[in-house]
Design a protein around this ligand. Structure first.
Ligand code: SF4
Length: 239
């Protein structure tokens, strides 16, 4: 995945946890080592260009549901200051009271101040992290996620929502269920991404994907706290 076209940067999700979603552009993920990810290629070091693009994307937001998810193929703190200021102004104007951001574990100590900044503007921040799995040995040795041995309780001290990555070699029905249940136990929401092949070395496992579709998907598809992305563009943004 390289730079995402403008028309793939805004969507409105009308089903579960209805919200608008924007894919903005920042200075890029500072970790960039996850062995399954090439999203981080959507970045630019030119802050003025990022702001120009982000302001056009943000102009499409209507405030329809009062909730906005802001993703940027990296972490919240990769966004430029002008984009953040504009985002706050737009939320206030459109009565958006909940904004969801994403972050890598690296930036966890910046989250409290971020929440405070938005709270001062009347906006509640919900912070999402891609943990992919709570099996830290698998997560770190195979996926190179950069979270060390962090346990669900420690992660939940900073984050409200988790993303899981399933359909990977080595996963089983039991391991996938365990991750989902831990996610539901410690976090407000769980987003399950099913692995799709990209330019990186980790590939989907067709057998594990089948197990997910047949035995796990039916259990959670109607769960209001669980989002399931069978394709990584299912939220309507990205390529
Ligand atoms: S932290 Fe996120 S954006 Fe960065 S490499 Fe990992 S999955 Fe990709």
């Amino acid at each position: 995945m390289g730079t995402v076209p403008f028309e793939c940067r805004y969507a409105c999700i009308d089903e579960k946890n209805s919200r608008e979603i924007v894919l903005l552009r920042g200075s890029g993920c500072k970790w960039r080592r996850c062995r399954f990810c090439d999203y981080h290629l959507d970045f630019s070091l030119n802050e003025a260009e990022n702001f120009r693009l982000n302001s056009k994307v943000l102009q499409q937001v209507t405030g329809k549901y009062g909730r906005l998810e802001v993703i940027n193929s990296g972490s919240f703190c990769d966004l430029d200051a002008a984009t953040i200021q504009l985002l706050i102004e737009i939320c206030q104007k459109l009565h958006i009271t909940n904004v969801y951001f994403e972050s890598h574990w690296l930036h966890r100590e910046l989250i409290a101040a971020w929440r405070q900044r938005f709270a001062a503007a009347g906006i509640t921040v919900k912070m999402k992290i891609g943990v992919e799995t709570f099996d830290s040995l698998f997560r770190e040795s195979y996926l190179d996620k950069g979270m060390g041995m962090a346990a669900p309780q420690e992660i939940a001290a900073y984050f409200d929502q988790v993303c899981l990555l399933q359909g990977l070699p080595g996963q089983t029905k039991e391991s996938m269920l365990r991750d989902i249940e831990l996610g539901l136990q410690y976090f407000e929401r769980v987003c399950i991404n099913i692995m799709v092949a990209n330019t990186r070395p980790v590939l989907p496992d067709a057998g594990v994907r089948d197990i997910f579709i047949k035995e796990i998907y039916p259990l959670y598809k109607d769960n209001e706290r669980v989002d399931i992305l069978l394709n990584n563009t299912d939220f309507g943004v990205g390529v």
